[in-house]
Ligand binder design. Structure first.
Ligand code: 5IU
Length: 471
């Protein structure tokens, strides 16, 4: 391989893909060496050699389901690697944000697919991280990047800190060594480049800011500190103290049964989710013992009311009627279908409840589409102090670690319930679908021993969260 790569370097030099002199970089600094692999598409033979070298490199990387080239230079390179290895490829759209509803990732993939990144040159690693962020947002796992040239300016370390192992064919030091050997450059150029490399190390702290905010890699304890909604902050703290991310859906119709379930599962949950209007023997007196249990076991009461009317009606539904939800529920759910009014009404009540906004559902045949989901996230952004989190089925948001992802449709033993509910396993929702809190209902309430079952779900979920932090 060294012989191959040496002559390949010389060929790159000959076609001006590597140049020496004085060049301005993207960020305005001067560099004595410039690599521009964009020309390579004009030299099919060189492309073939590069493909062969990359393919050889990637045989050492295990578990690759798909490939993705960093746009644009590495797109044709990734295509060649995909054709040569028969590993399918996906494409990241750079401009999708401007189009609003267009998909960021084109191609066929499954949630949790492991993607190998293909890139030509790495300086800071920021281009790779941009691509990785979008892939992760689509539920694709990224751990490895195969690249032609490591410029040795800090990119490898930055990528590593972000969970990406870089497999480079070549370092800048090796490249200039080979070119010197082949008499393409003289000693003075070698000295200049080496001096430059020493000085021009990338300031990792600036670059790390965005990627390190990826909530999936941050502990709940650290996320508590950046939560803007007080209920989210409290939840992060409860989750950390009790080591639980379990929300129990208490969809029972008798108040005694609900109180019993709360007492049994109490030690293992962070949220107790009710549909207060399904209780057949509801009396306001029922709320007091429920609040007492919640306090004793340190969990929050959560009414899954899914407010969806005009603001004025929501205000009444929230504060009045038999249930007086605002007087006891610390958290409620809301639809985004009617827009701001719902959130304004809840906020104006001044009760300090947190809201989980519904961006996706676990129901088969749901009418919610990508456009609606995105608009919901935008709406949530406008109410940072009110929104506790987002109810969804996939890691829709990564860059806002103060928000919680709540994911219902979780069960170990069933795939569906015959009425459109779709279940995933606890491990899957946390590690592949980005759930911070998992909602489990019948998986626990219908179990023979709800207390033991709640504890089991709690520990599987916590395990999955711990693994996610290390992945
Ligand atoms: N719930 C869902 N899916 C959703 C939303 C809410 O299941 O997309 I939004 C609620 C309905 C029920 C609980 O109260 O979560 C799930 O209960 P089971 O685990 O018993 O299916």
């Amino acid at each position: 391989m060294p012989a191959d790569i040496k002559s390949f370097c010389v060929e790159l030099f000959k076609v001006n893909a590597i140049k020496f002199g004085e060049f301005k970089t993207k960020v305005g600094l001067m560099t004595p060496v410039y690599c521009d692999l964009r020309v390579i598409v004009s030299y099919p033979k060189l492309m073939e050699t590069l493909t062969g070298l990359l393919v050889e490199q990637l045989t050492r990387i295990k578990n690759i389901d798909i490939l993705c080239g960093v746009p644009y230079t590495a797109l044709p390179i990734a295509t060649c690697v995909s054709m040569s290895t028969s590993i399918p490829m996906v494409m990241r759209r750079k401009e999708a944000k401007d189009y609003g509803t267009k998909k960021l990732i084109e191609g066929v993939f499954k949630l949790g697919d492991k993607c190998l990144i293909v890139e030509d040159v790495v300086t800071s690693g920021s281009s790779i991280l941009e691509t990785v962020n979008d892939l992760k947002a689509a539920g694709i796992a990224c751990e490895n990047a195969v690249v032609l040239l490591n410029r040795e300016q800090g990119g490898e370390g930055i990528l590593k800190k972000n969970g990406i192992k870089m497999h480079a064919l070549l370092t800048m030091t090796e490249l200039i060594g080979y070119l010197r050997e082949a008499d393409c450059i003289d000693d003075s150029v070698v000295v200049k480049v080496k001096a430059y490399l020493k000085e021009a190390q990338v300031d990792a702290s600036v670059l790390l800011k965005t990627p390190s905010e990826d909530r999936l890699k941050l502990s709940f304890a650290s996320r508590a500190k950046v939560a803007k909604n007080p209920v989210a902050e409290e939840l992060f703290r409860i989750m950390t103290t009790k080591q639980t991310t379990l929300c129990l859906a208490a969809d029972l119709t008798s108040s005694t049964d609900i109180l019993n379930l709360a007492e049994q599962a109490g030690p293992h949950i962070c949220l107790f989710k009710t549909h207060i209007d399904i209780i057949e023997d509801f009396h306001p007196n029922f709320l007091k013992p429920l609040q007492e249990i919640a306090e004793r076991h340190n969990f929050l009461l959560f009414e899954d009311r899914k407010f969806a009317d005009i603001g004025k009606t929501v205000e009444l539904q929230y504060r009045k009627g038999v249930y007086k939800i605002s007087s006891w529920a610390k958290v409620v759910t809301a639809h985004s279908i009617t827009g701001k009014g719902v959130l304004d009404a809840i906020k104006a009540s001044g009760e300090g409840a947190g809201v989980f906004l519904l961006a996706e559902t676990s129901a088969a045949g749901s009418l919610i589409d990508e456009k609606y989901t995105k608009a919901t996230l935008k709406l949530a952004e406008q109410y940072p102090d009110l929104i506790t989190g987002i109810v969804c089925q996939s890691p829709l948001f990564l860059q806002n670690p103060g928000l919680l992802q709540l994911t219902p449709g979780v069960q170990l033993d069933a795939k569906s319930d015959g009425l459109g509910q779709q279940y995933n396993t606890p491990d899957n929702v946390v590690r592949d679908r980005g759930a911070d809190i998992a909602v489990v209902g019948r998986g626990i309430s219908k179990a023979k021993e709800p207390e033991i079952t709640a504890e089991k779900y709690k520990s599987i979920l916590w395990d999955a969260y711990s693994k996610r932090l290390q992945e």
